[in-house]
Structure formats: structure tokens, C-alpha cells
Design a protein around this ligand. Sequence first.
Ligand code: PMT
Length: 343
Amino acid sequence: MDHADPPTNDDEYTRFFASEPAPAHLASVAAQVEAFVAHQRVVGRRTVLVTSGGTTVPLEANTVRFLDNFSAGTRGATSAEHFLEAGYAVLFLHRQYSLRPFSRHYTHTKDSIFGVLEATAEGQVQVNAEHAAFAHAVLTKHHAAMARKALLQIEFTTVVEYLYLLQAVATRMAESLGANAIYYLAAAVSDFYLPRTRLAEHKIQSAGAKGLDVRLDPVPKFLVPLVRDWAADGFVVSFKLETDPALLDSKSRAALARYGHQLVIANQLSTRKRVVYLVGHGGDAVHDRAENAARADSAPFRALQLPADLEAQGVDIESLMVPELVRMHDAWIATAATAKAAD
Ligand code: PMT
């Protein structure tokens, strides 16, 4: 098993937040999240936090250049739609301008809005006949989600913003919803960053420069405080992206052993839309993190593959993944109730 990551201690997280400025919209996001989760609690709706898209690492405070993490946001946006379909409320924490639930069908694709709309001779714009039924279905679902107050979307850009917002959202969800919450962490989070203290204030000048040396610091593994404190009692699903398939199993088990959470969804870059691997005890995980961590080696490893005929019909793999997760979450909630009754 791969335990190569250095150990983490609590000072790291405290120091990180103490030295990096909070995003300007943190307080207003926190207020929106509080109202959103309070509503879900009142109506008795399960809620999932879906994180989506890649985080950036700015090289300048007034940012012209930045490093980016790969993720279009397809996994997150598509999963969000299926969770809504399954009756969940969705808190969608996403990279600005990455794919979003429902609107993804008309942005960033060859069928962009200009392929779907047409200008009429009467000076109006209408959906062309070929797309009308689909566009109607997508818009109806989107409007229904908004009318039910079941979808809240929050944007991040940098890794620092992401981590502040993740903490703010997760702690509020955990407080109100406990085991009824899923944390589905599909965002691609930077492993390295440039601390504020070493960030150039203005655009780095190239005139006369022989090159640019940048030394990045490791970002602390925030899954540690998330699983242990922020998302207490919730069902936590992390993702593992690798390009070498030989690493998927060992890296996923290493994550389970390290964090003691319920499930890792592993995927390979080139096949991520056709096959994912569910690694962990899922809904059968115990509510004791140390015990889950200790049995990481024996956790089931199961491939979920989209059949070729369904892929050809445009079915997405998330339509198989989300019902699996809902079943696991059912079991998790049932054991949480039993664990509480036994206390
Ligand atoms: O958006 P698409 O184009 O559809 O692609 C989807 C995807 C391939 C990006 C997605 O399925 C996926 O695998 N997302 C996770 C990608 C990843 O590289 O994760 P990571 O290695 O940065 O992090 C692994 C886990 O640790 C994540 O759940 C993350 O939340 C967590 N983490 C990471 C860094 C950090 N400092 N602290 C963390 O807690």
C-alpha cells in the first residue's frame, strides 16, 4: 500500500487559514448556505455537496498568470442533475465558468446555444425544432429544481477560495443535516500552492529575465479535517484521478487508510466517462473512522462500466453511479440511526 504522503498535523490547517486571506464573499455565502440547509432540514430532504471543476494557483496577487488543475466539471455537473432527479437537494460548489447542471447541455459543446437557437424571419429567436423537446425537458427540470429551492450554486476560482468555502459549506451542512448529507468531492484540487507571503503583488515582468523559478508549497490534505470535524456523521466520497491504471487500487486504499471515510471513486483520465471504480465499504462503513481506516486493505473494489450501447445513446455513467450512491447512503443513514439508538 502507498503511504508516501507525509503525516499531517492540525497546525498545518490553522496556519494555512491564518496566512491566506478569506474570499470577500465568504460571509454572504455562509448566510446563503445556512438558509439553504435550514430549508432542506425543514422539508426533510437529503442534501449533497458536489464539488466540481479545478482549482487555480495564482502566481501574482493581481492575477495575470496562474496554474490550473484539469477538470471540465462534467462529472460534477452531471452528477448534480442525477442527485436532483433522485430527490436530493444539491449544493454545487464549482469553479467559475466550468460546466454547471442543466446549462452544461448548451455551453462548451458543439451544440452551443447558437446551434440550438434560430432567428426567425419575424425578428424573434426560437429553439429549433430538432432541439425543442430536449431543451424543454432540460429547462423544465432546471426551473423545477429552483422552484423547490433544491439547488444552490457557489463559485470558486483559487485553491484558497475553494478550501475556505468547503469548510464554510461542510460545517453548516453537518450541523443541520448530520448523516443525511453526502459530501461528493469531485473537484480537482491543487496539491501545491504559492503562499501569500511569497506572491508577487503585480504582474511578473519578463524583460531581461532568464527564466522563472517558482517554488510551491504543499497544500495540506484538507480531507483530514473534513472527515474528522467539518462533515461529521456525513457520507464522504472522495475521488482519485490517475493516468496510470496500475495505481488506482493502491492509491484509493491509501486514501481510505488515511482518512477513514466511506468511499473513494477512482477513475483513469482517458476512460473516466466509461468506467469508474468504487473502492470502500460505502454504506456498510462503520461510523468509527479509525476502524474504517484499519480495514482499508479489505475494502471491496468494484468496477462500474457504462455498456457500449448505452454510451452510444448518449447515456452518462453518472446515471449508474448516483443510484449506487443513493443505495449506499440509505444504508449509511440506517446504521447512523442504529448507532445513535445504541448510545
Ligand atoms: O470534470 P471532468 O472533466 O468530468 O473530470 C472529472 C474528474 C476526473 C476531475 C473527477 O472524476 C476526479 O477524479 N476528481 C478528483 C481529481 C483529483 O485529482 O483529485 P485530487 O487528487 O486533487 O484529490 C483527491 C481527493 O483529495 C479529492 O477528493 C480532494 O477533495 C482531496 N484533497 C485534495 C487536495 C488537498 N490538498 N486536500 C484534499 O482534501
